[in-house]
Design a protein. Structure first.
Ligand SMILES: NC(=O)c1ccc[n+]([C@@H]2O[C@H](COP(=O)([O-])OP(=O)(O)OC[C@H]3O[C@@H](n4cnc5c(N)ncnc54)[C@H](O)[C@@H]3O)[C@@H](O)[C@H]2O)c1
Length: 272
């Protein structure tokens, strides 16, 4: 029995990287997990790893930027598992491209997933979480415990200018804002909404960005991570499991009094 026993969690983009580490961590803590993914091959593998931990898992095909699919997912998960207690809005995309070369297509591709997709996933799941809140809590407009946990993935890129991925940085700044708005909107129901803000995390996404940066600047692969780590007080890149640990905290009863917060998991890079 873990602290999340009986809870049903949806983790978007859980086929690899931070999402997969999070799905496995939540499962280890007792949750049943929906691996909501674009890539069904990685989704099925992650779901099978979760089942090996003795939990129920569902590999669910979705493009989070498609609002119809997102609303259908919330319904399908309730049909299958009966409820939704946790949402980790993790699916995200990025690219390295100079400020003056960003096209309208680039802008839409990044923000549709990271900003619009995240907002409507949150809204669809929050609607179900609100349904699960007892009538007396709804009437009182306050609760003495949490009735749902939502964690959004932002980035340190959302906290400062980024000339080599301004569209990504803008979408991640929007995630911080959406987190605060949602925390206020859902507080009367006892639903907690927080964000986790990683620095550099060793995932396939980071490898992709490093390769793109190397092509653009002529740096050798890995050089940009080394340069970044020089400025990180803890002097190392995060592992997906480091980020998953922070997400788990924000999904657990230990964080019932935390809402609207953005938690940096960046080795001390940003401090403000
Ligand atoms: N890796 C880092 O250094 C880092 C740093 C800060 C923030 N983040 C954020 O953390 C999150 C996870 O990053 P990661 O490094 O694990 O990325 P990743 O690319 O390794 O994994 C992302 C997963 O999301 C899935 N996905 C992408 N678009 C999707 C869509 N439209 N619908 C459904 N699934 C989709 C992909 O198939 C992939 O499995 C992202 O939001 C990212 O912006 C990552």
């Amino acid at each position: 029995m873990g602290v999340l026993s009986g809870k049903v969690a949806i983790v978007t983009g859980a086929g690899q990287g931070i999402g997969k580490a999070t799905a496995l961590r939540l499962a280890r803590e007792g949750a049943d997990v929906v691996v909501a993914e674009y890539n069904m091959e990685t989704a099925r593998a992650a779901a099978s790893d979760i089942r090996a931990l003795g939990r129920h898992a569902l590999a669910y095909h979705i493009d989070v930027s498609d609002v119809k699919m997102v609303r259908k997912m919330a319904k399908d998960v309730v049909e299958r598992f009966g409820r939704i207690d946790i949402l980790v809005n993790n699916a995200g995309v990025s690219e390295i491209k100079p400020f003056m070369e960003i096209t309208e297509v680039d802008w839409d591709r990044i923000t549709r997933v990271n900003e619009k997709g995240l907002f409507f996933c949150l809204q669809a799941v929050a609607a179900q979480m609100i349904e699960q809140v007892p009538e007396e809590v709804k009437k009182a407009g306050k609760a003495d415990r949490s009735y749902g946990k939502i964690v959004n993935l932002t980035s340190i890129s959302g906290q400062r200018g980024r000339p080599l991925h301004p569209h990504y940085a803008a979408s991640k700044a929007a995630v911080i804002s959406i987190t605060q708005s949602a925390a206020l909107a859902l507080a009367p129901y006892g639903i907690n909404v927080n964000a986790v803000s990683p620095g550099v995390v060793k995932t396939p996404l980071w490898k992709q960005l490093d390769a793109e940066r190397a092509r653009l600047t002529g740096a050798r692969p890995g050089e940009s991570m080394e340069a970044f780590l020089e400025k990180v007080p803890l002097r190392r890149a995060a592992l997906p499991e480091d980020v998953a640990a922070a997400i788990f905290f924000l999904c657990s009863p230990e964080s019932d009094m935390v809402t609207g917060h953005t938690l940096n998991v960046d080795g001390g890079y940003e401090m403000h």
